[in-house]
Ligand binder design. Structure first.
Ligand SMILES: Cc1ncc(COP(=O)(O)O)c(C=O)c1O
Length: 398
């Protein structure tokens, strides 16, 4: 900020007062896990059962709970969200030296998973209002660079096959997913939705609502410690296709052919199994999810009412999970001022991720200029968004 800039102590006073009102004195993290329900009971039961590792009934139960909640026909648990993305990409047909169209404005795991599949990310811009992949930018890129050939769609510029598109619902705000899927269908490109941040986020479709992560051929979730619910570490692959679900289970469980005692594996699979102990935690957390979502909606409403800040609102026709609230600052200097001022007071705020094409391992990847992504990178800050201690009452308690 320059000497003529407004004083952050004045500009951000109402915001910081609201954060303190929500979370009280002392250091305030960006997002903390909440274990105020039946978690202990589920974990103790799991330990008592002795099935704490890669075999056990809780994994199936957790998968069933997530499938029922999201409306996906199948849910396959994995050890984390990155592993879920990796396998989902393989199942979508991503192979070595192909390309995946995705966002530069995302957490690094999205791109790392593309590289695990030995493919390359190509970065398409996001929309300023959703922070998620722009169907307009995607259409422009495809019109300019894509070419249909007998065995698929190719990027004329690189000569590589375009194997998939991975939109991501940033901070739980649903993007323009129906338009993206329609466009990708037109080009014959499978969509793998990175819904790591959007468990509990919905999009209006006709008379009803459809969960994020269920629009693409496959979708993935994360249950990392900072997510809306956590299994410590964990992820999930969502799909409606029985063959993909079966392949996902096979590939993530070392490609072992089921047998009471023989160890036979029919391909190089992955040890991406979610341990039963983590799945037990997931079952308990799922029991609290509706109430957590209700509390988070109230937090977002309070932030939205704070004067002199602009909370990024959800797109009409979407219902976000309000996982991480984000504000848009007027200038890069204001962003810096809020980050410095709040963190100095023990209130954790965080800038959006450094764009992927600016990281050393992805700086050579093709992109479309990313004007909106760069604009957002310089202005977006996340606010503390945890469910405050005790805010859920005795809902779902043991
Ligand atoms: C957008 C996005 N994709 C993927 C992941 C990967 O999930 P995990 O940390 O469970 O591997 C995360 C979260 O960590 C994420 O935020």
């Amino acid at each position: 900020m320059t000497s003529s800039s407004p004083d952050p102590a004045v500009t951000f006073a109402p915001l910081l007062a609201e954060i303190r009102a929500l979370y009280g004195p002392g250091p305030i993290p960006l997002h903390r896990p909440v274990f105020e329900g039946p978690e202990r009971r589920w974990l103790v039961d799991c330990i008592d059962s002795n099935f704490v590792s890669s075999v056990g009934a809780r994994v199936t139960e957790f998968e069933e709970r997530v499938a029922a909640f999201t409306g996906a026909r199948f849910a396959v648990a994995t050890v984390n969200g990155t592993a879920a993305l990796h396998v989902a990409l393989l199942l979508a047909g991503v192979t070595a030296d192909t390309e995946v169209l995705t966002q530069a404005l995302t957490f690094v795991a999205t791109c790392n998973a593309v590289r695990y599949a030995q493919a390359w990310p190509v970065f398409i811009d996001v929309d300023r209002d959703t922070l998620s992949l722009s169907p307009v930018a995607l259409a422009a890129f495809l019109d300019r660079h894509a070419e249909r050939r007998a065995d698929g769609v190719y990027n004329r510029t690189s000569g590589r096959r375009l194997a998939a598109c991975v939109p991501m619902h940033t901070f739980g705000l649903p993007g323009r997913i129906a338009e993206i899927v329609a466009l990708c269908d037109h080009w014959g490109l499978p969509v793998v939705e990175d819904a790591a941040e959007s468990l509990g986020s919905w999009v209006a479709v006709g008379e009803g609502w459809r969960h994020t992560g269920t629009f693409g051929r496959l979708g993935t979730l994360s249950f990392n410690g900072n997510k809306i619910i956590t299994t410590g570490g964990g992820g999930m692959i969502l799909t409606d296709a029985p063959d993909l679900a079966a392949r996902a289970k096979h590939l993530t469980t070392t490609a072992k052919i089921p047998h009471p005692y023989e160890f036979v594996h029919d391909e190089t699979g992955y040890n991406y199994r979610l341990p039963n102990l983590n799945a037990a935690l997931g079952c308990a957390q799922m029991a609290r999810l509706p109430e957590m979502l209700a509390v988070k909606e109230r937090i977002a409403a309070r932030y939205a009412a704070v004067p002199s800040i602009h909370l990024i609102p959800p797109l009409p026709g979407t219902h976000p999970n309000h996982w991480l609230n984000a504000v848009l600052l007027d200038t890069p200097a204001a962003r810096e001022a809020l980050l410095t001022f709040s963190n100095a007071q023990g209130i954790m705020t965080r800038p959006i991720w450094r764009l992927m094409h600016r990281l050393p391992m992805y700086q050579h990847c093709q992109h479309d200029g990313l004007a909106n992504s760069l604009w957002l990178e310089a202005r977006v800050v996340n606010l503390p968004s945890s469910v405050p201690e005790g805010a859920m009452g005795d809902y779902g308690a043991p």
